[in-house]
Design a binder for this molecule. Structure first.
Ligand code: ADP
Ligand code: MG
Length: 602
């Protein structure tokens, strides 16, 4: 019979196991513990909730670390504050007989100074939520440059909650040769992608049947003043140009009122409630199914019969009286293998209800900010641009073309684009130009509501004309930027690589240094082009190209041997215009300045 002893655990741990009353290892423990004890390997472990995953990674980590050292050797990332505390608690029990062990929990909603103090005493293991962890690394409060083991617990849930970029950034501060152990209940595409990007030939352990993405609904809440409810709804709709949604109100009256206001404001909306005749209801549902209506405002009773599969968002304009009803509402989205979002607009007096709902649905909410007017304008602009790019030409226009061309012939392409967007866009810009911030501070203790990344407020986002097609993954790009500018690894952040261009951030006061450093630098035979992403087009480019004879040092790249760049300073081939536009392929959507990497909150 398998026992904890035969799995290879040492006496100090067997003692703790006895104290806790665990008799036999669970299946995931049986499969995982010996493997992790015997090998230095990356691991993907799939098992349902409640199968004992904490012990499956906890014991091997505790047995492998050197408790006599004060260095942080293990990092565990988990999606919520509750889980973070739970894991910390469990690890302390597992290591109860291990002298000198210090496990510290790092999460939002509690004093960052207190947490920093605990870290300073020397924590061999840190259990953290991604948001706060990133903050503390950014402030130099935590050093994970020596960790040997990194656990991504409930990886599917972390990705559901939008932590991808935070995780990416955190891992960029950790050593390349650590072991990464990923635990997840499901294996959706996104998790597979993490495994592919951050792990090296991971071993795989599966307990029970592989479950592909059962948790398809993400839950978000937005805290606003009660009087701003309707404005908030409009912004949520405007920030999702392709929204196809059901909006829930509490009463028939509110349902009718909200639908009327939306229609008046130019949205494709309609009301669905019990005061309508059967015929009227049938008509509304038909328009909804055929997408003539994008926003269906409904009461709970009337929405019961909605069987539409592609609903992207459920918006709780008001929370239901019976919080159990929330499950029915959110169940309208995320159907038929699709993902969906359930959003709740709450006022201060209702925010505690979120906690009760979390208990019922057994999932955590993400506290999010209502997008600002400018963010919405950017979203809409780029949405329109990609729509134009994807539109097939309608040849019924052909006969009118000569006349139309005559009207517009005096304008070149650039001007036409500007004019076209101005026509389409004045409504949004005028409406949102002076739009106020609708968010109010959230004191509910939720992880994501605790201030976001202060750094990004004072940072600059750069565009650079190198990307994945140049063989550069984000880590390579970060290395390249660091090598050219001489900046430290914490001074270059939010690195996002696209196919043929990328973005990165630095502190605002590094602006001149970065621009100067890239002046005249080539990537192979191509001049590197770099500009502020928010001023793209407005300011023009920083011209590289003075003639230097100095040879630039070849870079070392951790990940990809082919990605080494032969940057050199030399005579620039051709004028700026020869590489202008080369960096960006047609149809590729440029980054929306200032929103990437902060999608979850700011
Ligand atoms: P998961 O991470 O898979 O959701 P947990 O690690 O949180 O599961 O474990 C669920 C519960 O089971 C915890 O209360 C834990 O203490 C308990 N548990 C774990 N392993 C065993 C075991 N081998 N025998 C008895 N109880 C266990
Ligand atoms: Mg767990």
């Amino acid at each position: 019979m398998t026992t904890f002893k035969t799995l290879g655990l040492e006496d100090v741990f067997l003692q703790a196991i006895q104290d806790m009353g665990f008799e036999t290892p669970s299946e995931v423990q049986e499969k995982t513990i010996p493997l992790l004890l015997q090998q230095e390997t990356d691991l993907v472990s799939l098992a349902q909730t409640g199968t004992g995953k904490t012990a499956a990674f906890g014991f091997p980590m505790l047995q492998k670390i050197r408790v006599e050292s004060r260095d942080t050797q293990g990092l565990i990332l988990s999606p919520t504050r509750e889980l973070c505390l739970q894991i910390t608690q469990e690890l302390k029990l597992y290591g109860a007989h291990l002298k000198g062990l210090n496990v510290v929990a790092i999460y939002g909603g509690a004093s960052i100074t207190d947490q920093a103090k605990k870290i300073k005493k020397g924590a061999q293991i840190i259990v953290a939520t991604p948001g706060r962890m990133k903050d503390m690394i950014g402030r130099g409060m935590i050093d994970i440059s020596k960790i040997e083991y990194c656990v991504l617990d409930e990886a599917d849930e972390m990705l559901n909650m939008g932590f991808y970029e935070d995780i990416t950034e955190i891992l960029s501060y950790s050593p390349e040769d650590k072991n990464t152990w990923l635990f997840s209940a499901t294996m959706p595409k996104e998790v597979a992608k993490i495994a592919q990007e951050f792990m090296h030939n991971p071993q795989e352990v599966t307990v029970g049947a592989k479950n592909v993405g059962a948790n398809s609904v993400t839950h978000e809440y937005y805290l606003v003043a009660a009087r701003d409810r309707y404005q908030a709804l409009k912004r949520l709709a405007d920030a999702h140009p392709d929204i196809f949604s059901v909006i829930f109100c509490r009463t028939k009256r509110d349902t009718q009122k909200v639908a009327e206001m939306l229609i008046e404001d130019g949205y494709n909306a309609a009301a669905l409630h019990g005061d309508l005749s059967q015929n009227q209801r049938d008509l509304v549902m038909k328009s909804f199914r055929t997408r003539q209506i994008q926003m269906l405002v409904a009461t709970d009773v009337a929405a019961r019969g909605i069987d539409v599969d592609d609903i992207t968002h459920v918006i709780n304009y008001q929370l239901p009286d019976e919080i159990e009803t929330y499950t029915h509402r959110s169940g309208r989205t995320g159907r038929a293998g699709k993902t969906g979002v359930s959003m709740v607009i709450v006022s201060k007096s209702e925010v505690r209800k979120i906690k009760s709902i979390e208990k019922i649905i057994q999932k955590s909410f993400v506290a999010k900010d209502i997008p600002s007017g400018m963010e919405i304008c950017e979203k809409q602009l780029f949405h329109l641009a990609s729509k134009v790019a994807e539109t097939e030409i309608n040849h019924e226009i052909d006969p009118y073309l000569p006349a139309i061309s005559q009207v517009l012939e005096q304008f070149d392409k650039d001007q036409l684009i500007k004019k076209f967007f101005s026509v389409e866009f004045s409504r949004f810009f005028n409406y949102y130009k002076k739009a106020k911030d609708l968010n109010i501070p959230d004191l509910s203790g939720s992880e994501s509501a605790t201030g976001g990344n202060k750094k990004s407020k004072y940072s600059i986002r750069f565009f650079i004309n190198l990307g994945r097609k140049d063989g550069l993954a984000w880590m390579d790009l970060k290395d390249l930027v660091r090598e050219v500018t001489g900046l430290g690894k914490e001074e270059v952040f939010h690195v996002d690589t696209m196919d043929s261009f990328s973005f990165f951030n630095t502190d605002q006061n590094q602006y001149d240094r970065v621009v100067k450093a890239f002046d005249g630098v080539f990537f192979h035979d191509r001049p590197i082009e770099i500009e502020r992403s928010d001023e793209r087009g407005r300011r023009g480019k920083f011209k590289s190209g003075k003639a230097f004879g100095k040879k630039f040092k070849k870079g070392k790249y951790k990940n990809d041997a082919d990605a080494s760049f032969s940057a050199k300073r030399g005579r620039k081939s051709g004028s700026t215009s020869t590489f202008k536009g080369k960096g960006r392929r047609r149809g590729e959507r440029p980054d929306v300045p200032g929103t990437r990497g902060k999608r979850r909150r700011r």
